[in-house]
Ligand binder design. Structure first.
Ligand SMILES: CC(C)(COP(=O)(O)OP(=O)(O)OC[C@H]1O[C@@H](n2cnc3c(N)ncnc32)[C@H](O)[C@@H]1OP(=O)(O)O)[C@@H](O)C(=O)NCCC(=O)NCCS
Length: 181
């Protein structure tokens, strides 16, 4: 049994607390971050909106929100959301956001590895799925490096700056993840 499933050399997954909200506020004032994260209008969010999001996730029966912190530190580096779990079918959605100033330093990969370990080894899920916009080349490279398969294309899903963009569906099955390790 591997006891240390929430930590690797680069990062660790911990509880996200209300004290983390001030650190998250600048992320949700950064339109570039928000436009990579989801399809909602990239509108700045208030502390109370973020608090409600965190509290809703923490009281949810079908999801988890976890903080990403450096292996040896307390700073908030990012957030991982395991959401919309269908317990009957052992399927979940997964989303990740790394703080704008901390991207490209290996935290995304380290946190995804931990989130997948949590999903497959602790929650015993069978399938992890996510969506990503076609212009999010960094995220796509990460998901493909982790073994995700592009399973579908939501053609012309997004309209931004007068241009339409596809959104991809990616999935990873437990056996594919186990093979990659
Ligand atoms: C996408 C995201 C999670 C990646 O995390 P990250 O910490 O920036 O990425 P990492 O440093 O761990 O690098 C992971 C992989 O991304 C790729 N990558 C890193 N920097 C890149 C860049 N500038 N351009 C293209 N690909 C890049 C590499 O393939 C890298 O793999 P490698 O370590 O084998 O070289 C992060 O950038 C992020 O949160 N972005 C904003 C929100 C977002 O897009 N969320 C995902 C929505 S689907």
């Amino acid at each position: 049994m591997n006891a240390n499933i929430l930590q690797n050399d680069r990062a660790r997954l911990t509880a996200l607390t209300p004290d983390d909200i001030p650190a998250m506020l600048p992320w949700f004032e950064d339109a570039g971050f928000m436009r990579h994260l989801d399809a909602c209008p990239a509108k700045p969010k208030t502390a109370s909106e973020l608090k409600k999001w965190v509290e809703d996730m923490q009281s949810s029966n079908d999801g988890f929100i976890l903080a990403v912190r450096p292996a040896g530190g307390e700073d908030l580096t990012g957030v991982v959301e395991i959401d919309g779990i269908l317990w009957t079918h052992q399927v979940t959605w997964l989303a990740i956001g790394i703080a704008p100033g901390m991207q490209g330093k290996g935290y995304g990969r380290a946190a995804m590895e931990l989130a997948l370990k949590f999903a497959f080894d602790e929650l015993n899920l069978h399938r992890v799925q996510l969506t990503v916009f076609a212009y999010n080349t960094r995220a796509i490279a990460l998901y493909e490096a982790l073994g995700f398969t592009r399973e579908g294309i939501y053609r012309e899903f997004l309209l931004r700056d007068g241009q339409r963009y596809d959104m991809y569906l990616y999935g990873l099955l437990r056996r594919e993840w186990a093979m990659e390790r």
